[in-house]
Every structure is written in structure tokens, then in C-alpha cells.
Design a protein around this ligand. Structure first.
Ligand code: AKG
Ligand code: FE2
Length: 345
């Protein structure tokens, strides 16, 4: 895989040499990912790691495992090296062009001692059109910043080179939920281009076409493993937004990258509230109406039809009840954390 090690000059100017940009464009096209070392200074990684582990411990006490913790979206926790990283932007801008937008700020954790194990292999997005004979160029790019060293032992993400160009969906619908389709797809690809883990030092930036298949692996160590997430896309793709605290708007000014923020009054409550009240007053009966007894729906389909965000307590009951009734195409890792995003604050 391509791993760029920026020179001191590139680090201080924030601009990659033309030949590195050319290599990055080529790697994104051929492999669907690359990494840049030393993109975020170690002390920033350490500060965020410590703060988020504290937040994670609190959330874990209340909710059990929590894979997708929201990073603190206010000062003094906002860093240009993470949210407006010029080295990364020089690559994503070269690929997506003017109109570049960051639409997400999140994180992925493999908590030490969590017995959930490896995730299912998946793409975070499918092809734009499965009916095309050739895949489109990249339209959404995930940027991950490991804030601790990533090793095989602590669950460094496994990645599947070249899979961004497949025209069969391996995300939260389609073959993903059907072992009869899923296993042969993996076996076939493994023959061609086997997967490997992204073993990288903290502060690296992993730049990945959102379609590229990957999986968080089991953490066998006693140290939590975490990385931050941004998603760069083009404004024509109707970017989503993420919530930040009022007073941080100026931070996001940048000549090339627009950040889609939703400003909320301070103090922002960015962690889920214990047993938060459902904004919708949604009941299991409502959910049952959405999902007739004889139909099977994926998580995304169910979510799209829900009238509002369920509370944590409701969420647990829904999940339990729906899987008991065989109404979720799959259960296990990933689903819980995805549902928790819709928990009312
Ligand atoms: O934690 C990881 O390594 C990957 C997480 C992931 O793939 C996801 O949340 O979609
Ligand atoms: Fe993923």
C-alpha cells in the first residue's frame, strides 16, 4: 500500500509535493486507500485519546460497549490538524475538486476487554449505480486518524484492496446480510487481492474511498484502540452535517474545505443521555406497524421509516424484540452503535 512520509518542508507548509499527490491519486484509483504518516502531532493524539477514553468509560458504564463515540465538538478540543488537515485536504481536493465538504466528525473504538470481536467486512457505501458496467471515480472519502498506534494485536482495521471498484454492494443492505452471497464474494476477492491490516503509528491519516471493504478487528490487548473519522465529499452529493457548539464557527473557516456544521447552544451535549426521552414517543407498536410480520428489513430501511429517534431504553427493547422476531437481516457488531446515533439527547 502507499504510505506517504511527508518531508519537514511538506509538514510545515501543509502541502504535499506534486509527485506525492500523483501517487495518492493513483493509489486511490488502484487500491481505494492510502496513508500519510505524521499528519497529526503525537501530543494532539494523546490529548484526544485521554479525553475520549474518559468519555467512553462514562458512556460504557451507562450503555455497555460503545463503538462510535462522538468526539468533543467544542473548544479546546477542536484541532485544525484533525478537522482541517491540509496534507489530507491536498489529496481529497485533488480527487474531488472545488466544492469539497467535510460532512462528519466521529470515531471508531475497539474497547479493550470487549468480547464482540471482529466486525463483518463491509463497505461504508455501495456503488452509486449497480447497473453501470464500470465503477465511478470516488465520490465520498473517509479520513481516519488513529489516535493510538495501530497494531495487529489491538485490532487495526482490516482492508480489502481494489474493492471500491466492485459493482456489487457489500454495505448494510444487499449481500451484506446474506451469508450465501457474502461468503463467496469475500472468498473470490481474497484469491485476487487478499486483505491486510492497517498497521500504522498514531497520528497517521488513512484516506479511503468510502466503498472500499474493511472491518474493525478484535482488540486482544488491554489498551483501548481508537481513531477519528471525517468524511470528505463534494457539495453536489447533499452532505450531511454534524453538531458543534456555538462559538466554534470561526474555527471551521478554510479556503478549500467547507465544513457542514449545525451550531447548537452551549453547553453542547454530545454524549448520549441516559434513558433520554424519545422525541417521538415511539412505541414498539409503532415499530411493528413499520415492519409487517412477514417482511425482513435491514437496519437502514427500518431507520428510514421510523418517525423519530428512540430513547436508549426503547432502542434496546426494539433491537431485542426485532431480532427475536427475525426482522433484522443481521444482528451483532455495528448495529447497536448505528442505532445509538438516533438516540434523543
Ligand atoms: O473500527 C474500525 O476499524 C472500523 C469501523 C467501521 O468500519 C465502521 O464503523 O463502519
Ligand atoms: Fe466501516
Amino acid at each position: 500500500m502507499l504510505i506517504i512520509e511527508p518531508t519537514d518542508e511538506e509538514l510545515s507548509s501543509g502541502i504535499l509535493k506534486t509527485e506525492n499527490i500523483d501517487d495518492a491519486i493513483h493509489a486511490m484509483d488502484e487500491d481505494g486507500y492510502l496513508a500519510i504518516k505524521n499528519a497529526v502531532p503525537a501530543d494532539i493524539c494523546d490529548r484526544l485519546y485521554q479525553k475520549m477514553v474518559e468519555d467512553g468509560e462514562q458512556v460504557k458504564k451507562e450503555f455497555g460497549g460503545y463503538q462510535g463515540l462522538v468526539p468533543p465538538p467544542m473548544h479546546p478540543w477542536l484541532f485544525k490538524e484533525v478537522l482541517l488537515n491540509d496534507l489530507v485536504i491536498s489529496v481529497t481536493h485533488a480527487i474531488l475538486g472545488d466544492g469539497l465538504v467535510n460532512e462528519a466528525y466521529g470515531s471508531n473504538w475497539q474497547w479493550a476487554g470487549n468480547k464482540v470481536g471482529a466486525h463483518h467486512v463491509h463497505g461504508d457505501h455501495g456503488p452509486l449505480w449497480e447497473t453501470m458496467s464500470e465503477a465511478t471515480p470516488a465520490f465520498k472519502i473517509v479520513v481516519n486518524y488513529p489516535i493510538c498506534d495501530y497494531t495487529e494485536a489491538n485490532g487495526a482495521t482490516q482492508i480489502w484492496p481494489g474493492t471500491h471498484k466492485t459493482l456489487r454492494t457489500l454495505c448494510n443492505s444487499g449481500a451484506y446480510g446474506d451469508p450465501a452471497l457474502y461468503e463467496p464474494m469475500l472468498a473470490e476477492w481474497r484469491e485476487k487481492r487478499p486483505p491486510h491490516q492497517l498497521v500504522l503509528p498514531k497520528g497517521s491519516a488513512i484516506i479511503r474511498d468510502m466503498r472500499t471493504w474493511h472491518a474493525g478487528m478484535q482488540n486482544h490487548t488491554n489498551q483501548h484502540r481508537g481513531m477519528l473519522v471525517n468524511i470528505h465529499t463534494h457539495r453536489k452529493f447533499k452532505p450531511t452535517a454534524f453538531r458543534v457548539e456555538r462559538g466554534s464557527e470561526d474555527f471551521f473557516e478554510h479556503p478549500v474545505l467547507t465544513t457542514n456544521i449545525e451550531v447548537v447552544e452551549a453547553p453542547i451535549q454530545y454524549l448520549p443521555a441516559k434513558n433520554g426521552q424519545a422525541a417521538s414517543g415511539l412505541t414498539l407498536e409503532d415499530v411493528s406497524k413499520i415492519i409487517p410480520a412477514d417482511s425482513e428489513k435491514s437496519f437502514d430501511e427500518i431507520r428510514r421509516e421510523l418517525p423519530g429517534p428512540p430513547s436508549v431504553a426503547e432502542l434496546r427493547d426494539f433491537l431485542k424484540e426485532l431480532s427475536k422476531q427475525g426482522r433484522l437481516r443481521r444482528s451483532g457488531s455495528g448495529i447497536g452503535s448505528r442505532w445509538r446515533r438516533y438516540v434523543s439527547q
